[in-house]
Design a protein around this ligand. Sequence first.
Ligand code: ADP
Ligand code: MG
Length: 282
Amino acid sequence: MARIDESVDAVERVGAHTTGTGDVDDTDDTPEILVDGVSKRYESDRQSVQALSDVQFAVETGEFVCIVGPSGCGKTTLLRAIAGLEAPTEGAVVINGEAVGGPDTDRGMVFQEYGLFPWLTVQENVCFGLERQGMAREACDNRCYEMLDLVGLDGFADAYPKELSGGMKQRVAVARALAVDPDILLMDEPFGSVDAQTRERLHAELLDIWQETGKTTLFVTHEISEAVLLGDRVLVMSAEPGRVKELIDVDLPRPRSRTDESFVEYTDWIRSLIGDETTDRF
Ligand code: ADP
Ligand code: MG
């Protein structure tokens, strides 16, 4: 089973990465993600909104980067641009040396509102992307069980989303995003809809999964302490227009505790950077 999965994954990766110049992946100094001078303006008949302005940063393979900023500063727009769901007005998103032209299986996305199909079972939801890629049924099912095991939902394959708690639904969404074995996991306020206690558990599980799989992870939140708890680095954004204010290395060992003095120093620092633009619920 593992062999089938690996060969399918390998085919996907070849499709995703070697269609261009071919040797860019071997260049050590090519970051996995380069957001290169990205600006985004939304135009409509009534108004024009500058959602992002000249956003520039790079992320290395395997890094966990949190993106924090007040509501409306362009976090979702930035993540959607990296996912290839939104085209920048200026600049480009470059993944392993290739400009993003649209969504691809090298990037998996988890949305705030789960995004599960209510009429499909957990298993059908997790297998959805795999079947669309033409993976054989048995291989899909095996991959699904592997992912449900990874997110702690063993035994829930036949349940429907409405039978699950918010935390469980979000675990299914994570399993579905990981099923196609993306290089990059993009998460947009994924735990915003679950209670604080469940969120704590999901944080710990996500860090375990990240350590186990080595996925490059971009995690959007508007909560400063969540960003400091999870990230190797925290990208602090400011609003109107959305810009990078600071990119901070979080030099704290894991597991981190919100009550540690140095943890509080980081959250205070970030709060002072954002000023009165946000309120932190923790
Ligand atoms: P955040 O996720 O940080 O709350 P968003 O990326 O959702 O911010 O939005 C950034 C800005 O762009 C906001 O002013 C928002 O109203 C605007 N915006 C987002 N999506 C659209 C859209 N599809 N059309 C027009 N304006 C949009
Ligand atoms: Mg958002």
